[in-house]
Design a protein around this ligand. Structure first.
Ligand code: TYD
Length: 205
């Protein structure tokens, strides 16, 4: 596989999609094929699963929620991500396995390693080359979301202590895997964030 697989992670309101497009512009200027995608919802099936997992009205049991994200991920990797990497594309993806470990593992208080194993099974062990963690105080993330005036999804409505556990889990994962992760303060100006990411990925592409 000659492609480059980059994921963006972090809490809600950290600016992942802005950075995905800035990074995509950079790779396009280098003459690379860029594929933007996201989880949940990177495929047609994924869009249906996204609707269920983010907007179902009733309660969803935590293990069921974890399996819905994993089901989305299995189909996404098999039908979109792996084929793109096999053609040599740069895949820039908003959220992946680390989101499940942080949100369903630490947030919902399932066993994070069990949650990880489900996703590893779902993806046949595909991990990104680089993961950008945009780190932000969840209270600031919430203010940013509120100023967007969009309705909150099922995860965004969770209390701040849920989002604090998510943040801590992300930082612990980054500490454990320093060669895959790059951690960036999400309050920096967006061009500065872009430059830091490019410095790191430029040396690997
Ligand atoms: P996202 O698409 O980033 O939200 P938005 O479109 O509102 O910016 O992610 C949707 C939500 O799903 C987000 O709150 C995090 C959550 N999520 C999980 O809980 N587990 C997962 O495995 C993934 C991929 C996302």
């Amino acid at each position: 596989m000659n492609g480059l697989f980059i994921t963006l992670e972090g809490g809600d309101g950290t600016g992942k999609s802005t950075q995905a497009s800035l990074l995509g512009e950079w790779f396009t200027a280098q003459g690379r094929e860029v594929v933007f995608t996201r989880e949940p919802g990177g495929t047609d099936l994924g869009l249906e699963l996204r609707e269920i997992v983010l907007h179902s009205r009733g309660h969803i049991a935590p293990r069921s929620e974890a399996l819905l994200y994993a089901a989305d991920r299995a189909h996404h990797v098999a039908t979109l991500v792996r084929p793109a990497l096999e053609r040599g594309a740069v895949v820039i993806q908003d959220r992946y396995i680390d989101s499940s470990v942080a949100y369903q593992g630490a947030g919902r208080v399932l066993d994070p390693e069990e949650v990880r194993h489900v996703s590893e099974w779902a993806t046949e062990g595909l991990y990104p080359h680089i993961t950008v963690l945009l780190d932000l105080d969840p209270a600031v993330g919430r203010e940013r979301l509120e100023s967007d005036n969009k309705p909150f999804d099922r995860l965004e409505t969770e209390a701040l202590d849920f989002h604090t556990r998510v943040r801590e889990a992300y930082l612990a994962m980054a500490d454990a895997e320093p060669t895959r992760f790059i951690v960036i303060d999400a309050t920096l100006p967006r061009e500065e964030i872009r430059d830091r990411i490019v410095d790191r990925v430029g040396s690997q592409s």
